[in-house]
Design a protein around this ligand. Sequence first.
Ligand code: TXA
Ligand code: MG
Length: 357
Amino acid sequence: TCALPISMKETKIRSIDGTEKDIPVLKEAGQIIRAGGLVVFPTETVYGIGANGLDADACRSIYTAKGRPSDNPLILTVPGKEEAKAAASYVPALAEKLMDIFWPGPLTLVLPRKAVVPDAATGGLDTVALRCPAHAGCRAFLRAAAVPVAGPSANLSGRPSPTTAAEAARDMGGRVDMILDGGACDVGVESTIVEVLEDEVVILRPGAVTEEMLAAVTPRVTVDKTLITGTGVPKAPGMKYRHYAPNAPMQVFVGRTEAVAAAIERETLRLRKGGGRVGYLVSTETADLLQTADAPTFVWGRHGDKKELARNLYTGLLFFDTAPADYILAEGVAAGDIGTAVMNRMKKAAAGAVVDV
Ligand code: TXA
Ligand code: MG
């Protein structure tokens, strides 16, 4: 997916576990960032690929490593409110309140940017997206870096985001200087992104911080129209691309397990008649109901357990990198809670092919 020629680097892979052993590793990671290099790092949502967010050349090298379109801005990852304020030219009281309540955690705030943030980080926008992760290893890394870390997800552009260091290494091995292995990500889908206006919050990308949670803080929460209609130009430029895509076309079925299993069986027959090989991404309960033999199957967890699906979604999509399937038949979850974020990603991964059964 990356057409640009890139020179291969030697990638060091280092585990961090929150003990003193991490100190020399994190010190080296911080030096790499300040010297303009690239470090893959864990967060509670997905793994990120980090560079010095104040260094335009370092930011540009992220685009090269990911094969990312240059109009798609980077998130700046910071350890706290003070560092966020150093990058934003104006912080409405509402934004400050959201930081106090949801930081550190999976909420990214879009605010007007200060001039210190280079165009190379914001894709030329006059705003900057700021994220303060909760993952302890990530926080230690950010303190060691001592600069805001531009940190998009550590996948090649368009691919599913990595939720383990091994998955990040698959896409980024040879393209970055270091990978910090902080274990499997707890949330599994990317942070909620909101634009914060004077007294209104606009959701640009759904995540673990839900509309309901935001509505408990401020009465005016809206959702970017393009997220709902699927048409128009989204305010988060990254949301316009085909994204999170596995290696085979995917269809998603949402409903009761019996109905999902029946729909998957019907579709299996149809696709196999045409000579296609099918694979399944389904719940334990639906897997038990499926009669079809020899379809490569990734069981993501219990039916309707939204947190578990969120955690396993991308690993499930990546399973089909190597599984022999021409088509993926997947089970979705109902909207609400983190289900809204899961279905937003599944819909994109399936290029819109989601049906309620
Ligand atoms: O959970 C996360 O947010 C992960 C972890 C690694 O922190 N990061 C992440 O970054 O998902 P990325 O680059 O894969 O997604 C960032 C999204 C893109 O859709 C981008 O277009 C949008 O944020 N974005 C960045 N800056 C923006 C801005 N100033 N205004 C609107 N959208 C922005
Ligand atoms: Mg991404």
